[in-house]
Design a protein around this ligand. Structure first.
Ligand code: NAD
Ligand code: UDP
Length: 347
């Protein structure tokens, strides 16, 4: 176990409502925004990450503070001894974009199973409450639209996305059964496509690809004819949903969808980003990846009813903030950029 900033975590829960919180995958896109939010609320935060798809740069602005601790660790091994007792555990560690989770699909499946079990074991030992990050991918290529939580999905068990889709489905079962058996308080959120600052340039996701391509004047790569749809949630709204779900009562003992119900065609997103960046980029079409869902849109009535949550950031506002942060990072040359290609794009 290594603490990257040399701070020594306090061993007791600070007084009042301040808590000691573990965020697995905390140096990733969502994890870094969550750490920032929790630090802002005055909590002590331990961010555990193996930097597989995350970067310490995502949390370096938090490192100087005495309540933030960065631990280099792979969740396939038990959460290290020597860390404080946790009140809350957010289990986010897992590659999330197709190019990343398909790079080592066996490891992805294991992160969902063994990795989740390790987070659960630590929650049991510390009597912590655990929130697990599941995904809209558990619905597969949905036959029911929009997707409510009671929909059981349409997932290929042996396709290129299965390590993630089925892995996350298994993780939901594991979290639910473990919580029942161990008397643990656990929450499961099904996160729909989320975007915002600090997404990786080359994670292959549609928003990051299109913004990087538009800013560099390269052609925007639409897979298929671009008529497939997604619903895009701005990261701040999503983090609000995570925090509310973690704080929720027993009525939220089943999975809850978190996402923005506004649905867009991929080709409309491309046109919007070209217009917003003032880019001269053209559009090229590439093969649609295998098992690429045709439509996706969350039914968030459960989150709205039980958590009083709904996204408040319009797509234009969220994209503007994201484009600005991407421009700054590109100008700083923070990372060499290559043109991303679709994962498993069999014609
Ligand atoms: P991300 O790839 O940016 O973050 C994942 C983090 O987990 C990274 O920092 C990575 O280094 C870390 N990690 C991966 N494997 C690990 C391991 N074995 N041990 C320790 N750390 C490990 O992805 P994200 O978008 O921030 O996603 C976070 C979580 O939210 C994931 O569980 C993902 O499945 C879920 N999710 C995200 C979205 C989205 O749109 N961003 C949608 C649905 C679900
Ligand atoms: N997509 C695209 N061009 C790209 C990247 C993605 O047309 O450069 C499409 C992709 O095929 C999918 C949608 O955009 O239909 C969303 O892809 P992403 O990987 O962002 O999310 P996911 O498929 O996991 O929902």
């Amino acid at each position: 176990m290594r603490l990257r900033n040399g701070n020594s975590p306090t061993l007791a829960n600070p007084s009042g409502s301040m808590m000691t919180v573990l965020v697995t995958g905390g140096a990733g896109f969502l994890g870094s925004h969550l750490c920032e939010r929790l630090i802002g609320e005055g909590h002590e935060v331990v961010c555990l990450d193996n930097f597989d798809t995350g970067r310490s740069a995502n949390v370096e602005h938090l490192m100087a503070g005495p309540r933030f601790h960065l631990v280099a660790h792979d969740i396939l091994s038990p959460v290290p001894e020597g860390l404080p007792r946790f009140d809350r555990i957010y289990n986010l560690a897992c590659p999330a974009s197709p190019v990343h989770y398909q790079r080592d699909p066996v490891k992805t499946a294991l992160i969902c199973s063994q990795g989740t079990l390790n987070a659960l074991e630590r929650a049991r030992r510390d009597e912590a409450r655990l929130l697990h990050a599941s995904t809209s991918e558990i619905y597969g290529d949905p036959e029911l639209h929009p997707q409510p939580e009671h929909y059981r999905g349409n997932v290929n068990t042996v396709g290129p996305r299965s390590c993630y889709d089925e892995g996350k489905r298994f993780a939901e079962t594991l979290v639910t059964d473990f919580a029942r058996q161990a008397g643990l308080t656990a929450r499961i959120v099904r996160i729909f496509n989320t975007y915002g600052p600090r997404m990786q340039f080359d994670d292959g996701r549609v928003v990051s690809n299109f913004i990087v391509q538009a800013l560099q004047g390269a052609p925007l790569t639409i897979y298929g004819d671009g008529s497939q749809t997604r619903s895009f949630c701005y990261v701040d709204d999503l983090i609000e949903g995570l925090v509310r779900t973690m704080a929720s009562g027993a009525e939220v003992d089943r999975p809850v969808n978190l996402g923005n119900p506004e649905e867009y065609r991929v080709r409309d997103l491309a046109e919007r980003i070209v217009a917003m960046t003032g880019s001269s980029s053209t559009i090229v079409h590439m093969p649609l990846p295998v098992d690429d869902p045709r439509r996706r849109r969350p039914d968030i009535s459960r989150a709205t009813r039980l958590l009083g949550w709904r996204p408040v950031t319009p797509l234009a506002t969220g994209l503007e903030a994201t484009i600005e942060e991407f421009s700054t990072r590109l100008a700083q040359g923070r990372r060499p950029v290559r043109q991303p290609l679709p994962a498993m794009a069999y014609g």
